[in-house]
Design a protein around this ligand. Structure first.
Ligand code: SF4
Length: 237
């Protein structure tokens, strides 16, 4: 549930953070023609563990190009899927998860078709997605936010979670679902689904540059003024 505007100081931190990141990195807006179908985003997430986005993009596009539609992919034997998922870091795991997930959708919906999600409230749709094999919060939120559904749902990857933890916005040991649950009520009310997508993409950029997994380069980091770790390491400029 959204809190009243201004009722949590972390909401203003998120506003300042967004402005500082845009000032440093520029706008990172996903063009409307880069929004893929919910089914494409789901598949991309299910096969994407520990794999670079570009490789998962190519694998997902490759499956669709070869087999024509997701119902046909659901019928492909797992060993054949595995041979088509060699770009993925764990091809056999990706193939099994994909087969299980697509077939669970066919069993429940009759075909690999997620149009019913557009009729559900976002949190209900996320809960439904997470009943599918291999689907956790990062992927379910991605289906709702980064696809043509374009809903207000925060997509949280490892970069995003680590930065929120180091900044002290979410608890240090929060997993993805806990991070999501902590962030959603404090997202500024005025942010659109596109703003939330851009926020995630900007944090990914921050995580690849200043706030890297093994070493935080707090000196010069655009988030430092509002960061618990950055301000404790030495005085912020
Ligand atoms: S100030 Fe340091 S810990 Fe905080 S977000 Fe920036 S790099 Fe990460």
């Amino acid at each position: 549930m959204q809190l009243d505007l201004g009722s949590d100081p972390r909401t203003d931190v998120l506003r300042r953070l967004q402005a500082a990141l845009i000032q440093r990195f520029g706008r990172i807006i996903r063009p409307p023609d880069k929004r893929r179908s919910p089914e494409w985003v789901l598949v991309h997430g299910v096969i994407g563990a520990q794999t670079k986005t570009a490789a998962s993009n190519a694998s997902t596009d490759g499956l669709l190009e070869e087999f024509g539609n997701w119902d046909a992919v659901a019928e492909v034997p797992v060993d054949k899927l595995e041979s088509r998922l060699q770009r993925q870091t764990f091809p056999s795991v990706a193939a099994q998860r994909l087969s299980d997930c697509l077939n669970a959708i066919v069993e429940e919906r009759g075909s690999v078709d997620l149009r019913h999600l557009s009729n559900l409230p976002t949190e209900e749709a996320i809960a439904w997605l997470e009943t599918l094999p291999g689907v956790a919060r990062k992927n379910s939120a991605g289906v709702m936010n980064a696809s043509t559904l374009n809903r207000k749902a925060m997509v949280i990857d490892g970069h995003h979670r680590r930065i929120m933890q180091r900044m002290g916005i979410v608890p240090a040991k929060a997993d993805t679902a806990k991070t999501y649950n902590a962030l959603m009520p404090i997202v500024p009310n005025e942010w659109s689904a596109e703003d939330m997508d851009e926020h995630h993409l900007l944090l990914k950029k921050l995580g690849q540059t200043f706030c890297r997994p093994r070493k935080a380069e707090c000196e010069g980091c655009p988030a430092r003024a509002d960061c618990q770790t950055g301000t404790q390491s030495s005085p912020a400029r």
